[in-house]
Structure formats: C-alpha cells, structure tokens
Design a protein around this ligand. Sequence first.
Ligand code: C5P
Length: 301
Amino acid sequence: MGNQDEKRPESLITHEEGGLARTALLAYSARSFGNFLGVKRTVARRRQIYEGKAKILYEGPEPGTLIQYFKDDATAFNAQKRGTISGKGVINNRISEHIFTSLATIGVPTHFIRRLNMREQLIRQVEIVPIEVVIRNVAAGSLSKRLGIEEGTQLPRTIIEYYYKDDALGDPMIADEHIACFGWATQDEMNDIADMAIRVNDFLSGMFAAIGIRLIDFKLEFGRVWDGDYARVILADEISPDGCRLWDIKTNQKLDKDRFRQDLGGVEEAYQEVARRLGLLQPEDESAVLDFDQHRKKRGK
Ligand code: C5P
C-alpha cells in the first residue's frame, strides 16, 4: 500500500480553529508541494461534520454531498475494546465501493457517488435512520449467545433484526412496534428497508459464495434523502468485513472483524484476503497475502 493515504494533516482540516490565513497558507504549501511532485491530491481543506468509531465525515464539495474517510481504528463490544487494524481503512474503502457499485447495478439505491482516493469516497448526504438492520443466514454472535444456538447452524430462513442506534444504551435490539411507537421510521420506510435488506442479502450471498465465502450475517444502515416534501430511503454507511461475518466455505475460517473481537490474530490478512478474492487486491501488491493458511503458518499464528 502506498502512503499517499496518510491521515489528513490537522492543519488542513481545522481552519476554523487555527486561523484562516495560516491554514490557507499551509494548505497552499501542501498543494504546491504535491503539484511539484506531480502527485494529484484531493484538496483536504474541509470541515469535519462527524467522527465515528471507524470513519470521519467531512463536508463535500457540493451541497448535499459528504466525504467519507475510512480510518484504521477498530472497536468492539460497544467500544470497550479498541485497537487499530493496519490498512483496514484502505481495504474497507475499496470493498465498500465495489459492493455499493455492484448493488447500484441491480437497482439498490445507495449513498455512494465515487471513490476519491485510497481512504475517501464521495457520498450523498443523508439523514441517517437511527436503526441498525442485521440480516442473519447462519447462527453466530449475539444470536447464538442470546438463544443458545450453536455457531454455524444454518438458519431455516433469513432473520432480519433491528437495533436502535444509541451508543449510550449499547444499541439495544428493538421490534417494529418500537420503531412505529417512537417514530424512528414510517411503515412505508420499514417496508422499503426490509425489501432492500433481502435484495442485498441475496446479492451478497451469491457474490461471496462465488469466491468461496459464506455470508453468515451483516449489518446495514439506511438514510433518507429529500426530494421536496418527499423522502425516500437509500442504503448508507459501508459494507465491509467490519460489519459482516464472512467464513471460508471450506474451512469455516473467519475472514472478518471477529478475528479482532476474539483476538484470533491474522486480522489484517483476513481483510486482505476478502479484497483479494473480490479481485480488488492484485497479487503483486506489496502486502497481499496469496494463501491465508500458508501465510499464517509462516507467521506462526
Ligand atoms: O454481534 P451480532 O451477532 O449481533 O452482529 C451481527 C452482525 O452485525 C455482525 O456481522 C456484526 O459485524 C454486525 N454488527 C455491526 N455493528 C454493530 C453490531 C453488529 O456491524 N454495532
């Protein structure tokens, strides 16, 4: 991986605090230096809108757009466990771009516009629906724990669950009744969300099966876009190994964030392996892992 994706210099993103003239000068110098080296840079002088656990949102170049920046930071268990997964932001940016672009070709509306560079993508600004939608094909994680069902048990039908997005409450599971009662989304929006979730699941299950990966479960987020008085929901956030459980079809090896959550080692390699199988990481890429098993053995993990 190249290093042009280094974190934005603070001086380029905090012009409100640092004094406009000084920051403009720094931004200008950085740009000139980039130009001097012949490097095409995305101008970084942007206002930060929001910082989450794995991503930062900046104001976009046009009204109604945002820039989504992917960090290497990783958290689990409602941020009780923290760490970094080297190169994760770069890989998730690529994987999410690939998946959102593919979904658009089958008619699933998404917030994705285009990728800008190694760690950033241009997206439509949405009003996030405060619900995390989890789709499960195979028992794992909190479902196995809550209901005592052995991990890896194929579910006789796909389950869709809803969680209220609230860190302070630990994202509690909710029913449609709560969503209607507290007005977090309308019934029409929930119908659209459930339809899209099933379409995404069918598409992704096939896409991953074709590269020897079983899609166990995953999380989606949706946002509203307004057209006059009329709002519709589109797919938002990201789809990457951070929010999916992906197991190798033959070996059941975990190729997702559970490797970080459960201290299994080989976290970076797992993310790279998913990207490689999707054809997004070329074998000649410096840190590509050609054979996950072999690589881990070599590293003694
Ligand atoms: O932990 P649990 O089994 O409920 O997670 C189900 C799926 O949703 C997993 O793929 C997990 O990665 C994802 N998830 C997520 N963000 C959360 C909770 C779950 O991406 N806050």
